[in-house]
Unconditional design. Structure first.
Length: 72
């Protein structure tokens, strides 16, 4: 699979990941990493963990703008 954004720019670069939101293939230059906090509760002790989510440049832009409008 090739990077979707590179293809749109007329170049070809191998994808190293797929966007968790839209599924587009991404090369390392077009991959953004965001931290994801997980809270799991249940009958036992709660578990708190952090992991990463890989998103494309377009989804990162939209998620960042949504965050700014929701915070204010």
């Amino acid at each position: 699979m090739n990077c979707y954004d590179c293809g749109a720019q007329g170049t070809r670069e191998a994808a190293v990941a797929a966007c968790v939101n839209c599924g587009a293939g991404m090369c390392t230059a077009h991959t953004r990493t965001e931290e994801k906090h997980l809270d799991h509760g249940g009958l036992g002790n709660p578990v708190y963990a952090s992991t990463r989510r890989l998103v494309c440049v377009a989804c990162d832009r939209v998620l960042a703008s949504n965050h700014l409008t929701q915070v204010g």
